[in-house]
Design a protein around this ligand. Structure first.
Ligand code: ZN
Length: 252
């Protein structure tokens, strides 16, 4: 890394390097991690101090606002997609920042994306189809085929049984969020047939090394809505109520 180089800082701010997880290549599960904007300052800020080892080189020519969502939604989406496995039919529940990036990666990989959004959210549905999803519907609907895997980006526990119903035997449901409302009680039959449910926690630096070249090769174009730093609360409110498509980006 050199002085003046453009870098990005992600959620994973530091890891201990010594715990069993760090030593086994699972630094995302580190026992003593630091997270940007959570356990250390940064994130919603004009300036930030970061560890060079945890900063990622970014394309010097690209629009920084377009790059920003890759560092959060893109990385967690990429890790979720890896957990989903190699299946061709991928369901995405919650069509926000992460899903709009991962749809473009899946299409580039030759996979079929089935997009699920809030019932009646025609804007999200049209957005998904415009990015190459083969099908888009409400999260209360069943897709026209059984899925190999589904990734849930919305923090809604009720989507777990819904996604299990849509996934074939041996398929996997990946929960990509840090928080989720309670998963309702469900019949064992939904998980029978070697279906599995797994969560995704944080990211490793290896995820970033893999993902940025993939995003570039796939020609991922992020759709962003810009807000000034002073309008951060309005951005969060728009996110909660589903008023924005793609990713919200704060600029100082
Ligand atoms: Zn550790």
């Amino acid at each position: 890394m050199r002085i003046g180089q453009r870098v990005g800082v992600a959620w994973l701010g530091n890891t201990c390097g010594g715990c069993s997880f760090c030593r086994n290549g699972e630094e995302n599960l580190c026992d003593q991690p630091q997270f940007t904007g959570y356990t250390r300052d940064g994130g919603f800020a004009t300036h930030v101090v970061a560890d060079a080892d945890y900063a990622f080189a970014l394309d010097e020519l690209a629009d920084p606002v377009a790059l920003a969502p890759l560092l959060c939604a893109g990385l967690i989406g990429w890790r979720s997609l890896k957990k989903a496995g190699d299946g061709m039919r991928i369901g995405l529940y919650g069509f926000g920042a992460a899903a709009h990036i991962i749809t473009q990666v899946c299409v580039w990989q030759g996979r079929d994306v089935y997009a699920f959004s809030r019932a009646g959210d025609d804007t999200a549905r049209r957005f998904a189809l415009s990015l190459g999803a083969v099908w888009a519907g409400g999260s209360d609907e069943r897709p026209p085929v059984m899925l190999d895997a589904a990734i849930i980006f919305a923090p809604v526990g009720a989507l777990v049984p819904a996604a299990l119903k849509a996934v074939r035997k041996g398929g996997r449901v990946v929960c990509g969020g840090i928080h989720m409302s309670d998963i309702p009680e469900m019949p064992y039959a939904l998980i029978w047939g070697e279906r599995s449910v797994v969560s995704v926690a944080n990211l490793t630096r290896g995820d970033a090394e893999e993902f940025f070249p993939v995003a570039r090769q796939a020609g991922v174009k992020t759709h962003t809505t810009g807000y000034s730093l002073a309008d951060a609360n309005r951005a969060l409110d728009d996110l909660r109520t589903g008023r924005l498509s793609g990713a919200a980006v704060l600029t100082p």
